[in-house]
Design a protein around this ligand. Structure first.
Ligand code: NAD
Ligand code: G6P
Ligand code: MN
Length: 441
């Protein structure tokens, strides 16, 4: 069995620990030869790297593991590059959320004004990073889940039009499927979903039982009404995630055709959500006080002890498991089904070909083969055409250094939806992102 070399970009991410552990748990399934962590912030990455050394010494001693801030060391000879960078870090995420909220608009990591602000930063850093990777590893598969994945996917599509080995992925559709399996009392892998949308904006039209072919969506609709909707993944247990999953019930009551992605709440209830988010303690604050603290405390504890102790168990990390499954599908040409972000080209029949859409794909060594969903109903089409236009306009703003395009993207966005509000929040975000955005003229 061939063994693979993997680099993780954003080695200092709060999600890296989950990956390091999952690479140990899944070493029979996806055997690694070499793993390198890369980050531009040496200080942030170091404790995670040192934790990794202790983990692999105990659990995976044959693995060649290192961490670095040098791009040649990071990328040369890699088969897969997993990308999880956060351009500007969590402090800039906090600004993306606080600035719009201070104006009565939703402040969110990937949606609305904050998402577009993060999008412009990510365009700058991701395009540079992909050029660096291609310099040293022209054949590596690049699996990107750095956010906002919709905007990043559109920017990479334009900058690298002939590159067939860049794949953009989000775990939230699969997280929703996992939550359904919890309600149905079955294994999530027994569920065979049909899904359409954009990244962080989509719906499940059917959830089939993979063995019998029965559509379980009607049953799920009843179960959600009766029991509500809860996250399955242990990483999504903070109060804001519980609130988010709770909104699925409301969404299904108002728009019962399909099962929504949790992110649809922002687009369908922008006023309600803006009024219910705490402008003094947003999700970034919750992450810094929660996941970030937990991860770095755990590293410090293990480093001080010099041994793992009870810091390793069999409980899977859904996010890491999913991304490793994607790499495995490519490596071993498994042609398994995954929900991925791909160029439309008819997958959603009544949407433009060059939209980056999120649909079920079969995935193997030659890349994703999207499964068609046909025409989508007018209501959903209207919502998605609006949003894909915003995403394209903000990427235009990046490539053309255009203030006007950015203003159009902000004005069109359902979470802003007004030219005056758009200009005000855009100007404040330009100020906050000095040096991290392209200059908009
Ligand atoms: P984080 O801030 O804890 O980690 C990000 C790391 O990236 C930091 O260590 C930072 O120093 C590093 N970084 C920043 N710019 C970089 C660059 N140009 N090159 C290399 N490294 C760089 O953030 P987090 O909360 O752990 O999230 C990491 C990323 O993963 C975010 O983009 C997040 O949105 C994304 N994510 C996406 C999904 C998905 O479904 N698509 C799921 C989980 C996380
Ligand atoms: C989900 C989404 C990601 C998002 C992640 C973390 O997995 O699909 O795109 O980045 O949640 O969100 P959080 O708010 O916990 O940092
Ligand atoms: Mn996502």
């Amino acid at each position: 069995m061939k063994k693979y070399s993997v680099c993780i970009v954003g080695g200092g991410s709060t999600f890296t620990l989950g990956f390091l552990k999952s690479f140990c748990r899944m070493k029979e399934q996806f055997p690694l030869k070499k793993l390198v962590l890369f980050d531009i912030d040496a200080e942030r990455q170091e404790p995670i790297g040192e934790f990794g050394k202790i983990l692999f010494k105990e659990q995976f001693p044959e693995l060649d593991f290192s961490y670095t801030t040098d791009i040649k060391e990071a990328y040369e000879g890699m088969d897969f590059v997993f990308m999880q960078m956060r351009a500007g870090g969590l402090p800039m995420r906090a600004k993306d959320e606080h600035i719009p909220l201070s104006m009565g608009l939703i402040g969110q990591e990937t949606c609305g004004a904050g998402g577009m602000a993060y999008g412009l930063r990510s365009c700058v850093d991701m395009i540079k990073a992909v050029h660096d990777i291609r310099n040293y590893a022209p054949e590596a598969w690049i699996l990107n889940y750095s956010n906002p994945a919709a905007i990043v996917a559109e920017a990479l599509r334009r900058e690298f039009p002939d590159d067939k080995k860049i794949l953009n992925i989000c775990d939230q559709p699969e997280n929703v499927v996992r939550s359904c399996s919890r309600l149905l009392g079955c294994d999530w892998e027994n569920l065979d979903p049909v899904y359409f949308g954009l990244n962080h904006y989509g719906w499940f039209t059917n959830i089939y039982d993979i063995k019998t072919g029965e559509d379980l969506l009607p049953k799920l609709r009843e179960l959600i009404k009766k029991n509500g909707f809860l996250p399955q993944d242990a990483e999504q247990r903070d109060q804001s995630w519980l609130d988010t999953y709770g909104m699925v019930e409301t969404l299904m009551n108002d728009f019962p055709d399909f099962l929504p992605n949790t992110y649809d709440q922002y687009y369908l209830y922008p006023d309600y959500k803006a009024a219910h988010l705490d402008p003094n303690f947003t999700r970034a604050d919750e992450v810094m006080a929660g996941r970030e603290k937990r991860v770095f405390d755990e590293c410090r504890e293990v480093i001080a002890a010099g041994v793992l102790g009870d810091k390793f168990d069999d409980i899977s990390d859904a996010h890491a498991e999913m991304m490793i499954n994607v790499a495995e599908a490519i490596a071993y040409n498994k042609n398994t089904r995954h929900i991925l972000i791909v160029e439309n080209n008819g997958a959603i029949a009544n949407m433009q070909d060059d939209a980056m859409v999120e649909v079920v794909c079969e995935l193997g060594i030659n890349g994703p083969r999207p499964m068609r969903v046909g025409n989508i109903p007018q209501f959903y089409l209207g919502l998605l055409v609006n949003q894909v236009s915003c995403e394209k306009l903000i990427v235009d703003a990046y490539f053309e250094n255009s203030y006007q395009k950015a203003l159009m993207a902000f004005t069109l966005n359902r979470l802003i939806n007004d030219g005056k509000k758009a200009r005000k929040v855009l100007d404040a975000l330009i100020e906050a992102n000095k040096g991290m955005w392209p200059e908009l003229k």
